[in-house]
Design a protein around this ligand. Sequence first.
Ligand SMILES: O=C(O)CCC(=O)C(=O)O
Ligand SMILES: [Fe+2]
Length: 326
Amino acid sequence: MNQTLCARHLEAAALPLIDTAGLFSPDLAERTAVAERIGAACREVGFFCIANHGVDPALQQAVFEQARTFFAQPEAGKRALDKVFSKANRGYEPLRGQVLEAGAPADLKEGFYIGEELAEDDPRVLAGRFNHGANQWPSELADFRPTMERYRDAMNALANRLMGAIALSLQLPEEHFASFCRDSMSTLRLLHYPPQPANAAPGEKGCGAHTDFGGLTLLLQDENPGLQVWDRHSKSWIHAAPVPGTYVVNLGDMIARWTNDQYRSTLHRVVNMSGRERYSVPFFFSGNPDHLVECLPTCLAAGEAPRYPAVTVEEHHREMYRRTYG
Ligand SMILES: O=C(O)CCC(=O)C(=O)O
Ligand SMILES: [Fe+2]
């Protein structure tokens, strides 16, 4: 563990904090030792923080800088890139554009979606595959696109490594999820939460209670707290204050399907009580659209039946977007 993780941070961490330096070791035993800690966190909480993940802090800061600059633009400039203009769900999502918690008021956040850049004549785009297509880029912000593309590459690499650890933690070969990871339909999402208004409607909050749809989520937060994670033991919300230098990692619904709920896709929400503007950058690693997600053989006890029918990554995401965007 290096000095980015001081004792104060360890005490403050409400979620399990895992040093992932060992995942970069050529020694399988070292990678397996980290994987076992990850496996325990996946079973218990479904959320954990990782330190020593290898992502350049300067790149993270550049992402925040670009996000702040983008959201600070006048509304009309942002609306010019509204995701209604995209067939691939890319671009700007205005405040109250999504209802993540069924029945609750719309979310007090604005966002920006970025995915893999695919040309109009890419066979997957021509075939109308879900969320496949070109991005909408703010052309007046020269550094925006290269920064986001570098960051997406770094996140894809880290997510691949973490999927290897998850495989090891489930007594599977490290490369078990290789076909899931190939050509992953990952999404980078920039989020901006205004301070929670004093006159908020009942139930109104930054992000309604939800579980994530996909595989892994890697969340970069600024210094302003807001994320809350449901604790099934105490039946209360844990305030997951940001731990500098770490990512919050959580499991999406597909990992719960693979593991028959042995690994948890845990409910979480955001309430920005910090009194400041809060920025966060979740990266959703969703996997190959054709991959069939079905219960893993190592996750089925004798006589036990899978709780979920097999579903492809694409079918699953189509349905989840339909539910939260109406
Ligand atoms: O902003 C955050 O801290 C969490 C965002 C989130 O849960 C999501 O976008 O799925
Ligand atoms: Fe989420």
